[in-house]
Design a protein around this ligand. Structure first.
Ligand code: AP5
Length: 233
């Protein structure tokens, strides 16, 4: 896959319900444009695994499929976005997830919270993956991931070559704690009630682009790349 390192890409926000393919597509954008994937879910899961103070506070909330509180999310996101590798752009996967988080991000991007203004910082392009409900259930229940390299598989759509083992490093694949059937419904409910307003927010501000996330992975990737290219042409 061709890589692109010469241009500023700016912030890219991937929106969509649990299982829509945000993480899958974020990794492909990252590989092509060499900008970091910032998955708030991955950062939280790392903190849970390391039993940090943040992880201990977030663990039970995540296990119930609910959203972690903003007072924990904001310092975490602000700290990550201030890292030098975000200078040319970054992919936000899982943030913002509430209308309040979307407004907070806008304020952050206006540099009001940065000590040194960054005039080249542009508004995010927001790509929302639209996926059928039954397809989401299949994707979530079939998901497996590699705890070593983070690669995502799906036993239905994208199985590893050898049963339950990562193709790249041979690590045994794991199922996420919140992919249990009893947690999937609360996660989808949280999306409908708390994240759907984020879609409205970006639609109103003219920054939202819909992508049919039901399509095969490569076709979704192709659409996303075309959107990013059109923005920078
Ligand atoms: P998070 O980790 O962000 O999870 P999520 O939003 O529920 O999304 P998922 O990771 O489940 O799905 P995805 O869209 O990335 O799909 P994927 O690419 O893996 O959040 C987890 C928790 O953290 C939250 O519940 C909350 O508690 C907390 N949290 C995180 N951010 C927060 C925030 N901002 N505020 C508060 N709390 C927060 O794909 C799914 C499967 O489908 C894979 O198996 C993949 O192989 C397959 N697949 C993908 N695309 C396709 C395709 N086109 N065709 C066929 N299969 C496909």
């Amino acid at each position: 896959m061709a890589q692109e390192i010469s241009r500023d890409i700016g912030p890219v926000v991937l929106l969509g319900p649990p299982g829509a393919g945000k993480g899958t597509q974020a990794k492909r954008i990252m590989e092509k444009y060499l900008i970091p994937q910032i998955s708030t879910g991955d950062i939280l899961r790392y903190n849970v695994a390391q039993a940090t103070e943040l992880g201990l506070k977030a663990k039970a909330v995540m296990a119930r499929g609910e959203l972690v509180s903003d007072d924990l999310m904001y310092p975490m996101v602000r700290q990550r976005l201030s890292q030098p590798d975000c200078k040319r752009g970054y992919i936000l996967d899982g943030f913002p997830r509430t209308a309040a988080q979307a407004q907070w991000l806008d304020v952050l991007l206006e540099d009001k919270l940065f000590e040194n203004p960054r005039p080249t910082q542009s508004w995010p392009i927001v790509i929302c993956l639209d996926v059928d409900y039954n397809e989401l259930l299949l994707r979530i229940t079939g998901r497996r991931s590699c705890p070593t390299c983070g690669r995502i598989y799906n036993v239905h759509f994208q199985p590893p070559r050898n049963d339950e083992v990562c193709d790249l490093d041979g690590t045994k694949l794991v199922t996420r704690n919140d992919d249990r059937l009893e947690v999937i419904q609360p996660r989808l409910k949280a999306y409908q009630e708390q994240t759907a307003p984020v879609v409205d927010y970006y639609q109103r501000t003219g920054r939202l682009v819909w992508v049919n996330g039901d399509l095969p992975m490569d076709e979704v990737t192709g659409q996303i790349f075309r959107i990013l290219e059109a923005r920078h042409s």
